[in-house]
Every structure is written in C-alpha cells, then in structure tokens.
Design a protein around this ligand. Structure first.
Ligand code: SAH
Ligand code: SF4
Length: 391
C-alpha cells in the first residue's frame, strides 16, 4: 500500500474514482459508502474511518450543511470536500400547520417530483410520518396514494432527508455543547406510513433507516421506527434481519375475498401466507408486538363477525390492533364506520386480550391524515383503480 498522501490542495489533481456528473451528495451514503467516497476524493485510507466519523457527526448529529463550519478538519481538507461534495436535503416547497399542531410538508425532490412528510406532535413524543416512493405501484382501493401511479422510488438521501428537514423546521439540532440525548425529543418516533410501499424500495429504506439509527448521528432507536407494509411477504424476514425496526401490517380484512378487493397485493400473497411471515418476525428481530392496522370501512369490514375472525387469525402472534377510522378523500368509494361501530369492534378485540387503540385522526384540516397524502403535482390516475374501487 502506498504511504498515505498528506491532505493538501495538491490532491485535487489526483485521479479520482468518483462518479462523473457533478458533486456527490454525502447525505444518504452509508458509513461504508461515505468512507469510499472520501477515499476516492483523496483522503488517505488510514485516515478514512476517522474522517468519516467526523463528517458524519457534523452532518447527522449537528445538522451542519456547510463544510466550512466543520472546524475540527484542516482548512485545506474542508476546501477539498467542498469542491467534491455537497450536503443536500430535499426542499420544502409548502408547509401547512393544522389546528391540532400537525405539520405537513410538501417536499420537492430531484426531477421536480413531490412527496409529503407529516409531523404529529403528541403528549411526550412526536412522530414523523415519512414517504418512501412517489406514488405507489399498489392500488389499495381506499387509499388516496393508490390512485397515483408510481413515479419513482426515493433515494436513501431523500428518505433520511425528510427526517433532517423536519429537524430543521423543529429547530432540533443540538446547540454546541449539548448532547442530543439531553432533552426530550420533539421528533422521537418515525413511521414509514407516508406515500409508497417501503418494502418495494427495500435497499433505500434500509440504508436511510440505518443512517437514522446510527448512534453517532440522529440516533433514533430501532424500537422507535415502525415500517408499515401492505404485505410484501418475501421482504418481511429481511426487514427483521437487516433493519430490525418494528413492523406494522395493513391487514384491513378478515377474509381473502374482502382483502383481495381492499389490498390487492393479497391476490399475490394471501392472508395465510402473510400470517406465516408475521409469526416469525418478532423472534427474528427480537422486537415488540406487530401492529395490525385495520381501516374501519362502513359495512365492508366492520362487523362483529370480522372482529371475531380477526382474533382467530392472529392467535399466537404478539400483536396490537390499530383501528383507523377511514379518512375520507374526495371521490373515495367508502365511508367511515360510525363511532359506535368502531367502539363495539374495539371492545371485542380488547376483551380477547389485545390492545385495540382507535387512531385519532390528525391534521384532517390540512389533508395530512393517514392515507390522504398525495401531491398535487402528480395527478395521473390509474385506470385499474376504477375496477378496484367497485365494491
Ligand atoms: N404502503 C404502506 C404504508 C403507507 S399507508 C402500507 O400500505 O402499509 C399507511 C397506512 O394508512 C396503511 O395502513 C394504509 O392502509 C392506511 N390508509 C391508507 N389510506 C387510508 C385512508 N384513506 N384512511 C385510513 N387509513 C388509510
Ligand atoms: Fe400503496 Fe399503502 Fe396506499 Fe396500498 S395503502 S396503495 S400499499 S400506499
């Protein structure tokens, strides 16, 4: 191995292995990826681990976007970094604040596409709902995002960037001298429940969550991250092994006939196959209970029989059932179940020994509620959807 070159301006003349076409964004690179990029830019291999740690802390622990502010690095090295790299997160183009404090961000990503990110403050915690795709390939008939074609997957930088832009808006980067663990966090939890199916963008979601969990950065525990899937069965075990976060599953029905219509991915992997994958999940990741999401649709899936069938189906799985009153959107082919019906359903499940919280709709006045997210810029409707909605 050649002796490590001193870091000087001369390094700029060395051949580099960085991809062509403009500066590389450091946001979204894994630790290994950042290390490789720093080496390719001329950082001596022997120093690369330490430099990665330093740059990582500036970006993810302190929220710094300007290389010049990285004061524990030599000035010439900062200049080298600034000529080769950028630290960029997606741009917030609209910000709406609901009467209940919920904040919705319309976020523009490369190519002019838009996704939504929602911050939900609660007593003692705050949850950020992030998107993983622009649109969705799936066509769940009650979901507003499902009316939108998949435009593209988000990159890891665009996913972790949503966490960073929310921290910017909340003013939650630590003051110099303060450790991020010192105070109670405004942004304490993450749910992958925005636009898109996270398990159809597995690698990017995984890398972004690894960055979010890294103890030298944003440092959120894996137990504070919940990934929601419609039921991409082959990726469920990988979620436990490679991310280790909590899992929520969009269950929504107790017979294949109804689930086929509500969550069409059921035609590919049916209820029995889904349950089999869920049974081993908590053991693999040593995690807590699985959340079963169940949207309450009037006269579709909300009978007492449904509640009893649900209990039978999930027997043996450590579970909590999250009942979601349907959030209506213009043109939606369903209605929300009545409060009495939702309470009766919850009661049956509760008496069988399961927690059955009814999700409080948040941010409805700004169309920020679950399943309502849809960017105004992407209006292409899916022709299939008309069929899917005909119940
Ligand atoms: N694609 C993933 C995650 C995003 S959706 C998934 O389907 O799980 C997050 C949750 O909101 C899912 O449980 C979804 O079924 C639910 N949802 C979608 N539209 C809704 C609506 N209009 N009202 C209530 N919940 C909805
Ligand atoms: Fe996609 Fe989830 Fe909406 Fe289904 S519920 S269309 S998987 S975002």
């Amino acid at each position: 191995m050649p002796a490590p070159a001193p870091i000087t301006q001369d390094l700029l003349t060395l051949p580099r292995k960085l991809p062509e076409g403009g500066p590389v964004n450091l946001v979204g690179l894994t630790r290994d990826g950042m290390r490789d990029a720093l080496i390719a830019a001329g950082t001596p291999e022997k120093q690369a681990k330490m430099r990665t740690g330093q740059v990582w802390q500036w970006i993810y622990q302190k929220g710094v976007r300007d290389f010049a502010a990285m004061t524990n690095l030599a000035k010439s090295y900062r200049e080298l970094l600034a000529e080769t790299f950028v630290i960029e997160i997606p741009e917030v183009v609209e910000r709406h604040v609901s009467a209940d404090g919920t904040r919705k961000y319309l976020v523009r990503i490369a190519g002019g596409h838009e996704v939504e990110t929602v911050y939900i403050p609660e007593e003692g915690r705050g949850t950020l709902c992030i998107s993983s795709q622009v649109g969705c390939t799936l066509t769940c008939s009650f979901c507003h995002t499902g009316t939108q074609r998949l435009v593209r997957n988000l990159t890891p930088g665009e996913i972790v960037g949503q966490v960073m832009l929310a921290r910017d808006d909340l003013g939650e980067w630590p003051e110099p001298g303060h450790h991020p663990h010192d105070e109670q966090r405004l942004l304490s939890n993450i749910v992958l429940m925005g636009m898109g199916e996270p398990l159809y963008n597995f690698e990017s979601v995984r890398d972004a969550m690894k960055i979010t969990m890294d103890p030298e950065g944003i440092s959120l525990s894996r137990r504070r991250i919940t990934l929601s899937t419609s039921g991409v069965v082959p990726e469920i075990a990988r979620t436990a092994e490679e991310i280790g976060c909590l899992l929520a599953v969009s269950f929504h029905a107790t017979t294949n006939e109804v689930r086929d219509r509500l969550v069409p991915i059921n035609k590919k992997w049916n209820i029995a196959e889904l349950l089999e994958a869920l049974r081993s999940y908590p053991k693999v990741s040593n995690s807590e209970r699985i959340t079963f999401e169940y949207v309450m649709l009037k006269d579709v899936n909300d009978s007492d029989e449904d509640a009893h069938r649900l209990i039978e189906l999930i027997k043996g799985i450590p579970a909590k059932i999250n009942l979601i009153p349907f959030n209506e959107w213009p043109g939606a082919p369903y209605q929300r179940s009545s409060n009495n019906r939702i309470r009766a359903f919850a009661d049956i499940i509760y008496k069988a020994g399961y927690a059955s919280p009814i999700r409080k709709p948040r941010g409805e006045d700004i169309m920020a509620a679950c399943g309502q997210l849809k960017s105004e810029s992407e209006r292409a409707r899916k022709p299939r959807r008309v069929e899917a909605a005909r119940l």
